[in-house]
Design a protein around this ligand. Structure first.
Ligand SMILES: Nc1nc2c(ncn2[C@@H]2O[C@H](COP(=O)(O)OP(=O)(O)OP(=O)(O)O)[C@@H](O)[C@H]2O)c(=O)[nH]1
Ligand SMILES: [Mg+2]
Length: 615
């Protein structure tokens, strides 16, 4: 005695509606593990327990009846009987994801309030169980006022019970329904939470802990504060923890230099080893501990499941500048290096979103900038504490990273209104589970980063330093003349100097910018080599670069150099990758142009502001 001829499956995206539809009708509609698979209505024939067929309709997933997208609009029209050429379904089957009851109950309540005979399929109970969640269908049924049947669509479990329940739904007494139509959205959410609570018999401690963690970490304003605080701690640690290790490696380098000096006679080779290899390349290698500490934090955040949450938090903030959370992971990778960052933008579907992300990726402070920042900060910023456990040096480093991020956001804002104009695309992402980061994975990740860094030191940085050392060493100075003035490099620097004089740069700084195009760290190697060649006294050669800078640079000059490196596109490989990923020279040229302009402007502003303040 089937009374119904039509029924429709409704529910949130990814609840398993289509899986259930296929199981009930024998159809083969596409199912997949992400929201938004079904985008139009599909009908099939379902045989009821009494042998009579009914028409079953599979609908696109939806979050509410206030349709936001075209597929949601289809769902709204069908359940409200407004779909052209189709009668309103006589029975609604709400499909709930048992593992995400609270979210799914919001829309379910809205459907129940329509006052149409309704049955609930409590789907994916297998996943809920795996997560340590035991549910009480009877309690849920009491709370909702409609029958609830547990199902596992993909294993065809609970289908008979569901069909029975659909058949007897004709006798449903609609007056026992709880009235929710008049509730506001926050009230509906609260009701959903209470109903979900009542239906949960037991929850494993782990699942509860994870849910509570998310409540705090994804909180609208606590979330961003925690993220910010975490990053702050990271940069404090980069300075505080690495310092002793850097000191130790520096000591080794000085020892090696002294050994070479004392064991070899004065010669070209000896100078090459002390001034080029040890002073130059060595000055970069000492920053290995900092790179490792920075990446230890990043890897732990990734492995623990926190990084996806950070992307979610950032999505809201990035929407203000016309970007989505999708850009977050590429931009985050750019903190290691802009090259993998720019390649990771391939996951961004919207071409304008993607182009914007490519153009701002070099503003994320890559690890190559860390040695430059560190050596200058250590030289000119006192290692005072500005608060309990807060060092001034770490604070300045944090500030430089933030300056890059703010710069990137402002540039994105401008780009999205001009060159890459268009609407921002939405972003929905399933959160991965929390876990203790597996030590092995973290160690492998660290080893890879360390290896990349050391390989750079041994190849590109070494090569650039050797070339520079040769240019600094020849032609040889006449007696009384300084070697820097006489050398080829000195002539190049003097030629460029007028352009950089106005922003407070000294000649050796200007000179350092040239080989630093190969890799930013070379700026450090270049300064170290220049000072080593320039000092006539051997003991001075062995001085740490930090001390040399401290003695030779004024504070405004040092700050200007830092500001330059926040923005300057000093990396040929990044430019090459941008060319490959945008298929042409136009956008890389735009990128290089605006970055150099910003670098020059900010270095100048910083210099003159510092001079004006009497620093
Ligand atoms: N373990 C388990 N997986 C399920 C169950 N039901 C569905 N799935 C899986 O959940 C995912 C989503 O299923 P779909 O049927 O595409 O979900 P949908 O509700 O139609 O999603 P939209 O079409 O996007 O609204 C697929 O990977 C299914 O294999 C279930 O009961 N248990
Ligand atoms: Mg579907």
């Amino acid at each position: 005695m089937t009374r119904f001829r039509t029924a429709a499956l409704v529910g949130n995206p990814n609840a398993g509606k289509t899986a259930l539809f296929n199981a009930l009708t024998g159809a083969r509609q596409k199912i997949a593990n992400y929201p938004g698979v079904t985008v139009e209505r599909k009908a099939g024939r379902m045989i009821m327990p009494d042998g009579q067929p009914i028409e079953l309709i599979d609908l696109p997933g939806s979050y509410s009846l206030d349709a936001a997208s075209p597929d949601e609009e289809v769902t709204r029209q069908v359940v409200q009987g407004e779909f052209p050429g189709e009668a309103r379904p006589e029975l609604l089957v709400i499909v709930l994801d048992a593992a995400n009851l609270e979210q799914h109950l919001v829309f379910a309540q809205e459907i129940i309030a329509l006052g149409v005979p309704t049955v609930v399929a409590l789907n994916m109970v297998d996943l809920a169980e795996r997560d340590g969640l035991t549910l009480d269908p009877a309690a849920l049924s009491d709370a909702l006022g409609v029958p609830v049947v547990p199902t596992i669509a993909v294993r065809k479990k609970g289908l008979d019970a569901l069909a029975e329940s659909m058949e007897s739904a004709s006798q449903q007494d609609l007056s026992t329904r709880h009235e929710v139509a008049c509730l506001s959205m926050p009230e509906q959410r609260l009701a959903a939470r209470n109903i979900a609570k009542a239906a949960i018999l037991s929850e494993s401690r782990e699942r509860k802990l994870h849910a509570n963690l998310d409540k705090v970490l994804l909180h609208p304003w606590l979330g961003p504060i925690i993220l910010f605080a975490l990053l702050f701690i990271v940069f404090q640690a980069v300075f505080a923890w690495a310092d002793p290790l850097i000191g130790a490696i520096e000591g080794l380098a000085e020892g090696a230099s002294a050994l070479v000096t004392s064991s070899m006679g004065e010669s070209f080779v000896r100078d090459f080893l002390t001034e080029g290899v040890i002073a130059g390349v060595g000055s970069v290698v000492v920053f290995l501990p900092q790179i490792i500490i920075l990446f230890a934090f990043i890897l732990v955040m990734e492995q623990s499941g926190y990084m996806a949450r950070a992307a979610f938090i950032m999505d809201r903030l990035m929407a203000y500048v016309g970007l989505s959370g999708r850009s977050f992971i590429p931009l985050l990778s750019s903190f290691a290096c802009a090259i993998p960052g720019i390649m990771a933008t391939r996951s961004i579907a919207d071409p304008k979103d993607r182009l914007t992300t490519i153009l701002i990726a070099p503003l994320m402070t890559c690890s190559a900038r860390l040695p430059v920042y560190t050596v200058i900060i250590a030289a000119v910023i006192p290692s005072n504490a500005v608060g309990p456990g807060i060092g001034l040096q770490g604070l300045v480093l944090f500030g430089l990273y933030i300056a890059g991020i703010i710069g990137a956001m402002l540039v994105a804002l401008v780009l999205r209104r001009t060159a890459t104009k268009g609407a921002a695309s939405g972003f929905i992402m399933e959160m991965p589970k929390y876990q203790l980061p597996p030590l092995r994975d973290v160690l492998i990740g660290l080893w890879q980063r360390a290896w990349v860094f050391l390989r750079r030191a041994g190849t590109i940085i070494f090569a650039a330093t050797v070339i520079l050392w040769l240019l600094l060493t020849f032609p040889k100075a006449e007696p009384g003349e300084s070697q820097l003035d006489a050398s080829a490099a000195g002539h190049i620097a003097s030629f460029m100097q007028p352009a950089f004089e106005p922003i407070g740069f000294q000649r050796e700084m200007t000179l350092a910018l040239v080989p630093a195009m190969a890799a930013r760290e070379v700026a450090v190697a270049s300064l170290a080599t220049t000072y080593a060649v320039d000092s006539d006294d051997e003991a001075e050669t062995e001085n740490a670069l930090r001390d040399q800078i401290s003695a030779r640079w004024s504070l405004p000059t040092a700050l200007a150099f830092l500001a330059w490196f926040v923005f300057a596109p000093q990396c040929l490989s990044t430019i090459a990758v941008a060319r490959r990923e945008t298929n042409g020279w136009k956008w890389p040229m735009v990128m290089v142009g605006y970055l150099f302009a910003l670098a020059y402007a900010f270095a100048g502003l910083t210099y003159w502001a510092a001079v004006g303040l009497g620093l």
